[in-house]
Design a protein around this ligand. Structure first.
Ligand code: NAI
Length: 583
């Protein structure tokens, strides 16, 4: 899969135990029971453990629970799996949207899979085991008014005009001497803190110790192999089942479900497939669970998704499907959903589900790139290198990811670099329509491409196109920590004109002697950004950060590894990359 295309840094993906496949019609009093078949064959409906008997954690305030309805009431919805993809700026052409699956849309007919032969054929109900959701919740922040105040903060400072950019030869500084233990990407590494709530620090890549796959993992992977050739059909059938059986959930998804539609399923399947990689999965799913709050996802929604997941899998893996396989999936989904539910519940105690933010500055740098600065309606804690999800008033419930282009600032303003991509709904709105005074919504921060301040290793940063945004934030972060660790930035673009933020980067270079910025402009496709780092080095004592288009990340990671940087010291936003490490 391409990277970054799932919440990456997307980060994210759970382990732990805990069952919540419980009776559909008796969630409050029979948490261990089985579901009665309804509408033909169904798995047991599910109720999360550790929640209230209604399955809904009591929101601390209306601000945390009631989804707003910004913009025209189009009926559009957000995509619960959007967080899994760092699909920044990639949007569905407005003219090609599909208003949700239905039999009339050419989707597979919704014929329920064959019922089990007996109640005994059902999978055993796993024992509920609440999963810790990231430590004790921080103090609850009082709810604030949802109406943002008029803009009054200064706009984001503009960079000076720079002279024409030339790629200049450079001798890199000597490799830094490590004075502390190398930065660990261990799943148990402490999360960096940026004030409550503490964003999860989820390294984008982590090696998984080689070990024998668990029996459940073997069964799950067998299913994945079986459905691989018909993945599209599984996806269509899954959503058809979900929306036909649970029409109330339709409003949680975008009206246009074409290119976005498989994110939820993809995230679930990816997580299940890597169910053995518990620490990584836990962090990923916690991030995913928190991110789902802004969609209005509630604990009681998860059983429906689980039912339909199993329904779709059992239909398209019918050749190998049996009670043992089903039980493995039930256990996996139980774990996955429980972690997400617990994380969302814990997050609800310490952070809003979303933030409103007012555009205070809009700087069109090129014909298709804008630098947009917003002021959140209340403090927005994040770490440099992270990203957020963003919704405009013109496309309600369509969320896209953008990285913060600055380290946290004293004035609380947040800046994003947005490139309008062809037929991109959100990106075109942000570049060509947004103006100061417009109100957008922000989801929680996510991503693990953050600086490890416990080491003085050098930073080797590759930023391609608007991928330079988080790199700039990382540079500012290093500067604010007052360290003198070498930072080498390779800023790639297809043309000189595309180096829209070079002035800012050169200004930072002037300010900081430890910073080296090297613009790399494509030479007729012969030299691309990753090629440039091969001309310099050595890099074996550096931590690497890669941000840009998926192809650039792939070839950048290859080039970095070839230059001697171990995989665990290369960070980028990509959940698929994250979870496949170690396979
Ligand atoms: N806006 C944001 O906050 C962020 C955006 N991104 C991603 O960065 C990308 C930026 O897109 P554009 O500005 O259009 O970049 P672009 O397509 O113009 O490419 C930027 C640089 O990457 C190189 N590159 C592209 N494909 C490559 C490949 N296959 N192999 C090697 N090098 C390659 C190009 O040569 C160029 O130097 C988008 O995919 C976006 O999702 C990533 C992080 C943050």
């Amino acid at each position: 899969m391409d990277a970054p295309t799932t919440t990456s840094a997307d980060n994210g993906t759970s382990g732990g135990g805990g069952g919540w496949f419980t009776p559909r019609k008796q969630p409050a009093t029979n948490p261990g029971g089985e579901q009665e078949p309804a509408e033909g064959y169904r798995l047991a409906a599910m109720r999360p453990v550790g929640r209230t008997t209604t399955g809904e954690a009591t929101p601390p305030s209306a601000r945390h629970s009631a989804p707003p309805t910004p913009g025209p009431p189009t009926g559009d919805t957000s995509h619960p799996a959007d967080d899994d993809a760092t699909a920044r700026e990639r949007q569905t052409p407005p003219g090609t949207s599909t208003p949700g699956p239905s039999p009339a849309d050419g989707l597979p007919p919704i014929s329920p899979p064959a019922p089990p032969t007996s109640a005994e054929a059902r999978p055993p109900i796993p024992t509920p085991q609440p999963v810790p959701a990231g430590g004790p919740p921080a103090e609850f922040a009082p709810t604030q008014a949802r109406h943002p105040t008029p803009a009054s903060a200064p706009a984001h400072a503009q960079p000076p005009t720079a002279p024409p950019v030339e790629t200049r030869p450079h001798t890199p500084p000597p490799a830094p001497t490590r004075t502390e233990a190398p930065p660990t990407l261990s799943p148990h590494a402490p999360a960096p803190t940026a004030g409550p709530p503490t964003p999860q620090r989820v390294p984008a890549q982590r090696p998984v110790p080689a070990r024998e796959a668990s029996p459940d993992a073997v069964l799950i992977r067998r299913t994945m192999t079986e459905i691989g050739p018909v993945a599209d059909k599984v996806t269509s059938y899954f959503y058809a089942l979900l929306f036909v059986r649970h029409p109330d959930l339709r409003s949680l998804f975008p009206a246009a479900m074409d290119t976005q539609r498989d994110r939820l399923l993809k995230a679930l399947l990816t997580a299940a497939e890597h169910i053995d990689n518990t620490p990584v999965l836990v962090e990923y799913l916690q991030n995913l669970g928190r991110g789902h709050r802004k969609y209005g996802t509630r604990a009681e929604h998860y059983p429906a998704v689980g039912e339909c997941l199993i329904g779709a899998l059992s239909k398209y893996a019918a050749g190998i499907w049996n009670p043992e396989l089903e039980a493995a999936w039930v256990r996996a989904y139980t774990t996955i959903s429980q972690v997400m539910i617990d994380a969302a519940a814990a997050d609800e105690l310490r952070a809003p589900a979303w933030w409103y933010a007012e555009v205070v500055s809009h700087d069109l740098r090129t014909s298709d790139v804008a630098v947009v600065t917003v002021r959140p309606d209340q403090p927005y804690p994040f770490l440099a290198g992270q990203y957020t999800s963003l919704e405009t008033p013109w496309w309600p419930r369509i969320w896209r990811h953008y990285s913060f282009a600055s380290a946290p600032r004293p004035d609380g303003l947040l800046t994003f670099h947005v490139k309008a991509v062809p037929a991109g709904w959100v990106s075109n709105a942000l570049v060509h329509r947004a103006r100061p005074g417009d109100i957008i919504r922000l989801g929680p921060p996510g991503g693990s491409m953050t600086v490890d301040h416990t080491t003085d290793s050098g930073l080797l940063c590759l930023g391609g196109g608007t991928g330079i945004a988080p790199i700039k934030a990382l540079v500012e972060d290093v500067a604010e920590h007052g360290q003198r660790r070498p930072v080498e930035v390779f800023y790639g673009a297809r043309t000189n004109q595309d180096l829209y933020d070079i002035d800012t980067m050169l200004r930072l270079q002037q300010l900081h002697p430890w910073l080296e910025v090297r613009p790399v402009v494509d030479r007729h496709g012969l030299l691309q950004l990753p090629d440039a780092i091969r001309e310099y080095g050595p890099w074996n004592e550096y931590d690497a950060y890669v941000s840009g288009p998926p192809g650039m990340i792939r070839s950048g990671v290859d080039a970095l590894r070839n230059s001697g940087i171990p995989a665990e010291r290369i960070r980028h936003d990509s959940v698929e990359e994250l979870v496949v490490i170690g396979d």
